[in-house]
Ligand binder design. Structure first.
Ligand code: SAM
Length: 210
């Protein structure tokens, strides 16, 4: 189990720094990570993380949740105890959880759309556009783009109007993104986008048929 995590962490090694910047900047104490596979790096910098994944290899990994927790306890960078929860289920199905400060969406479909009801108003959605989840957030009234992650994992909060722009001023076809599950090729793009859930909005649960 430990080997599986280490090998995976090596593959995606710089992700921890991204999570750390977000956790420190927004004082994140509770996060939800649907489609996490075994990327447990958020637990190094966030005290309570809820992982959700339906893949049987991931379910096998989290069967040893105490061992995962011990490993994270030895390496964590916060004072609070490390709490790890895992739901071995489809994240489109209801989750019995309290609202979180952060949702992490990495290469796992429309996580932000499907799980935004679990995000506190003012909470953060960290996502990429691999499957178009960042594009859907950009054109969703629930969210505001408040930053992007720079090449040294710093949070950039200026020049945000330059993102999600297509060549020749073409409009983004959100319906096409939903259909293809692929982010468009923008003039300027980064690996990680940072959105904030607006306060006081009555968000609709994502309807995959819309
Ligand atoms: C490509 S992996 C990415 C893993 C991790 N987020 C990362 O970036 O390293 C996608 C993961 O999302 C999970 N996944 C995709 N759709 C899911 C769903 N609807 N419910 C639960 N897990 C899902 C898959 O099982 C897989 O483990």
């Amino acid at each position: 189990m430990t080997d599986m995590y280490k090998t995976y962490a090596q593959k995606i090694e710089d992700r921890k720094q991204v999570y750390e910047t977000i956790a420190d900047t927004f004082d994140v104490k509770r996060a939800l990570y649907p489609g996490s596979h075994v990327d447990v790096a958020p637990s190094l910098v966030i005290p309570h993380v809820i992982y959700v994944d339906s893949f049987k290899g991931t379910i096998r990994f989290f069967k040893q949740i105490e061992t995962v927790q011990e490993l994270m306890d030895q390496r964590k960078e916060y004072d609070e105890p490390c709490t790890i929860e895992f739901f071995g289920q489809d994240y489109t199905q209801p989750l019995d959880i309290e609202p979180v400060d952060l949702i992490i969406s990495q290469y796992a479909g429309f996580v932000g759309q499907v799980t935004k009801q679990y995000l506190k108003p003012g909470g953060i959605l960290l996502c990429n556009d691999s499957h178009g989840d960042a594009t859907l957030a950009r054109f969703d009234e629930t969210f505001e783009l408040i930053g992007v992650m720079g090449s040294t994992n710093e949070l950039i909060q200026t020049g945000l109007d330059d993102y999600f722009r297509l060549p020749k001023g073409k409009d983004v076809d959100v319906a096409e993104v939903k259909k293809t599950m692929k982010g468009p090729s923008y003039l300027k793009a980064v690996e990680h986008y940072v959105f904030q859930k607006k306060e006081g909005l009555n968000e609709a649960i994502y309807d995959s048929n819309s």
